[in-house]
Design a protein around this ligand. Structure first.
Ligand SMILES: [Zn+2]
Ligand SMILES: [Zn+2]
Ligand SMILES: [Zn+2]
Length: 132
């Protein structure tokens, strides 16, 4: 019982980081935010659990790094995160865009499992403050 309570609390901590961030976060971002509070393994387990529950989805960046972002219409049975991701070259954040993912016109013999596509550029905030 005690252990379960503690798990819920750590899960809430990680969740609050995502609601505040308003962008995707990687494992290191979470680790930095909760340094001394949560260890690597705990964070990894929580992130994985959230992905299984349809709370978070994974984004693979160009560098092969995995980012996590909040889901909006997903359940533990199925993820529906077919939207574009945007990487800002100035603030280095990754955002979920409410824009449908690009569909790739593959020959009919090929079956698509996942499309990972990240658009890079400058986000709303950075376009405002800098002259790109
Ligand atoms: Zn999802
Ligand atoms: Zn930016
Ligand atoms: Zn997303």
């Amino acid at each position: 019982m005690e252990k379960k309570k503690r798990n819920t609390k750590t899960k809430q901590l990680v969740m609050s980081a995502f609601s505040k961030a308003n962008a995707a976060l990687c494992h290191e971002d979470i680790e930095r935010q909760f340094a001394g509070q949560l260890d690597r393994v705990t964070i990894y387990r929580i992130l994985q659990g959230f992905c299984d529950d349809g709370v978070l989805h994974k984004i693979s960046s160009e560098g092969g790094k995995t980012y996590y972002a909040l889901c909006h219409h997903c359940t533990h049975e199925q993820h529906n995160d077919e939207h574009l991701h945007f990487h800002c070259l100035a603030c280095n954040r990754i955002y979920c865009l409410e824009v449908p993912a690009i569909t790739v016109p593959l020959p009919p013999e090929y079956k698509v499992v996942a499309v990972s596509c990240i658009v890079s550029g400058y986000c709303i905030e950075c376009s405002k403050t800098t002259n790109h």
